[in-house]
Design a protein around this ligand. Structure first.
Ligand SMILES: [Fe+2]
Length: 616
């Protein structure tokens, strides 16, 4: 079916378009009670269940997980359960109903996880549960301080780091802390010791030479040259701590200071304070503080992991896109050009979101088990991020500028920024070319009454309840291009950036534990041992659950950005700009591979790893 603007239709076709939208509005209703006040679908229709091809991709991953489970489970009942599910998967190859049932059971994490809650005795315990699935590289280098800095630039949550011209009063890092930190980093390199056992130590890191070159650096100079950056998890102040399933868990509101090394080197961690108010109980730790430093880094990673799952991933991709899906279905007829452009980018989103809030973030679900915050904390953060998100301010270039991280000289090696920008520009060009086919000028946009209804509903109290959208009068070709670019970018690139590291960054738990199990270290003089560090990390049943969930959610790649189904666009005028877009995506892949030859490898945003839609 070719695409047409509603105002160009004959009166009879316009009548049927209106009828179709009315029917859609009955089928897709908003609900504002499931997730506090934000808009989600009231009831999933069978026609929006995932396609069989998607189920097969998930089934393949579930098979690997179940095989892994067979090797890992010490409990006979657990092994039997995994064996039975594997058998059901094998027998259900062509029986869609059974296949769907088994896949959904695995997605709900029923019967996965070790039965006993025991503590790791050594690092090898965390590695020993990777039997049938590959152990992520971070297992070999996560303790390295340079890798801790890199995690902010190319990890699971690469959107938290922000520039500071001067440190806030609540985080009183002094010149002496800075000197101590740089001195400790240099000494770890010179002495060839990382300070703790790890397979890749600081001195063997390819960027180690930058640290020694910058040994004369100072806090004052770094501030003057705009090289100071911070993480601040202030959103967790007063957050209710979780208790399920093993009792008290710890989630702090920590802060960390980083310096972009002199001369364009890596981002180095300088100091961590585990709470917002400086005190004797929450001193400033530096890389000179041995096990306490290791534990302070984990406290940052725990806060980062909690923010990542509830805010950056669930809130700012899955949930913020749901109103766009619903408003499009309810207001834009099938023949509308935007329906045809956006439908592939919305595939599977209603279904995966329905599953997420009904199971994953339900009381006593996987998120409740894993996170340091209570389930109310996680749900509350997800809701808050959607409610506070201004669409206008969320355009990628603006978000980098707002965090003060756009300047490549001040902050080099920001792989996520550099790769994501390439996609933003290409998607913007593709959207602009596509819209040019149908809208000759701003008046055409203004006369599109389906589009106006779509925009009004996205923002209205009984619609999508989104913030920071243009007003109907501000709707032009330019503002529409921006909005549609934001939607396609978020459904594809941004979701990929934060979803797929759930396997390579988060399934090996010491790299990104989701909850603490003992208090933060209380002083720089406290005598701490590796046992104290292990006591902070989750018990092994949670370690295994996090691995399972991370592997499953982080390895399901279904569809690829820019690869629309054959014949999807019936309008011959789309062919040329689409081919241009696809060529551009291929070129981005080459650029990323070239970049990876001279930077720390970042493969998350290679084109083949970016699906069209949020479907996992
Ligand atoms: Fe996701």
């Amino acid at each position: 079916m070719s695409a047409f603007l509603p105002q160009q239709e004959s009166s009879i076709v316009a009548f049927f378009r209106k009828l179709q939208c009315q029917m859609s509005r009955t089928k897709y209703r908003y609900n504002y009670e499931y997730l506090a006040d934000i808009a989600v679908l009231d009831k999933l229709h069978w026609s929006d269940e995932p396609k069989l091809e998607w189920v097969k991709v998930v089934a393949a991953r579930a098979g690997f997980l179940l095989k892994n489970q067979l090797h890992v489970a010490e409990d006979q009942i657990q092994r039997q359960a995994a064996h039975q599910k594997l058998k059901a998967l094998a027998e259900a190859k062509d029986a869609e109903v059974i296949l769907r049932r088994v896949v959904y059971e695995v997605l709900h994490m029923d019967g996965l996880g070790v039965s006993d809650s025991y503590r790791a005795k050594s690092m090898s315990d965390y590695e020993s549960i990777f039997k049938g699935i590959p152990l992520p590289t971070v297992a070999t280098n996560y303790r390295c301080d340079i890798e801790f800095g890199l995690k902010r630039l190319m990890g699971a949550n690469p959107v938290m780091i922000h520039h500071v011209s001067k440190l806030p009063d609540k985080f009183p890092v002094q010149e002496e802390h800075f000197k101590k930190a740089i001195g400790a980093l240099v000494s770890k390199i010179v002495s060839g010791s990382s300070g703790h056992s790890t397979k890749v130590a600081l001195h063997t890191h390819p960027d180690a030479a930058w640290v020694t070159k910058g040994s004369s650096d100072s806090l004052e100079r770094a501030a003057d040259e705009g090289r100071l950056f911070m993480l601040d998890y202030v959103d967790f102040v007063g957050a209710e701590q979780g208790t399920f399933p093993h009792g008290k868990k710890y989630l702090y509101a920590p802060m960390a200071l980083f310096v972009s090394a002199l001369g364009g080197g890596p981002l180095l961690p300088i100091a961590i304070q585990c709470e917002q108010t400086p005190s004797k109980s929450f001193p400033i730790f530096t890389p000179a503080d041995g096990i306490a430093w290791l534990m302070a880094k984990s406290i940052i990673d725990i806060a980062d992991g909690n923010y990542h799952e509830a805010g950056t991933h669930l809130g700012k991709t899955h949930l913020v896109m749901e109103p766009f899906v619903l408003a499009s279905l309810r207001n834009l007829a099938w023949r509308h050009p935007l329906t045809q452009l956006l439908a592939p980018h919305f595939e599977g989103t209603l279904a995966i979101n329905d599953m997420a809030w009904r199971h994953l973030i339900a009381d006593r679900g996987a998120v409740d088990r894993l996170m340091g915050g209570s389930i109310a904390t996680s749900r509350g953060l997800a809701v808050k991020t959607v409610q506070e998100m201004s669409i206008r301010d969320s355009m990628l270039p603006m978000s980098f500028a707002a965090r003060g991280v756009a300047d490549q000289d001040r902050l080099p090696n920001y792989a996520y920024r550099d790769d994501a920008q390439l996609y933003w520009e290409s998607i913007s060009k593709w959207v602009s070319d596509y819209l040019d086919i149908y809208y000759k000028n701003d008046q055409d946009v203004q006369s599109d009454y389906e589009l106006k209804a779509w925009l009004i509903e996205l923002n209205s109290k009984d619609g999508g309840r989104l913030r920071g959208l243009p007003s109907p009068e501000e709707l032009t070709k330019s503002t529409l291009t921006q909005m549609v670019t934001f939607v396609i970018y978020t459904c594809s690139v941004q979701h990929a950036a934060v979803n797929f590291p759930q396997y390579d960054q988060m399934s090996y738990v010491p790299n990104m534990p989701l909850a603490g199990y003992r208090p933060a270290p209380g002083s720089t003089d406290e005598q701490l041992s590796e046992e104290d560090y292990f006591a902070m990390l989750p018990p092994m049943d949670m370690v295994e659950l996090q691995m399972n969930l991370g592997y499953l959610l982080g390895t399901v790649h279904y569809t690829q950005l820019g690869q629309y189904a054959k014949g999807h666009f019936k309008d011959p005028r789309v062919k040329e700009p689409l081919e241009r877009f696809q060529k551009q995506l291929k070129h981005i892949g080459t650029v990323i591979q070239e970049r990876n030859k001279t930077r720390s490898v970042y493969e998350t945003l290679l084109p083949q790893g970016i699906p069209q839609s949020i479907n996992i």
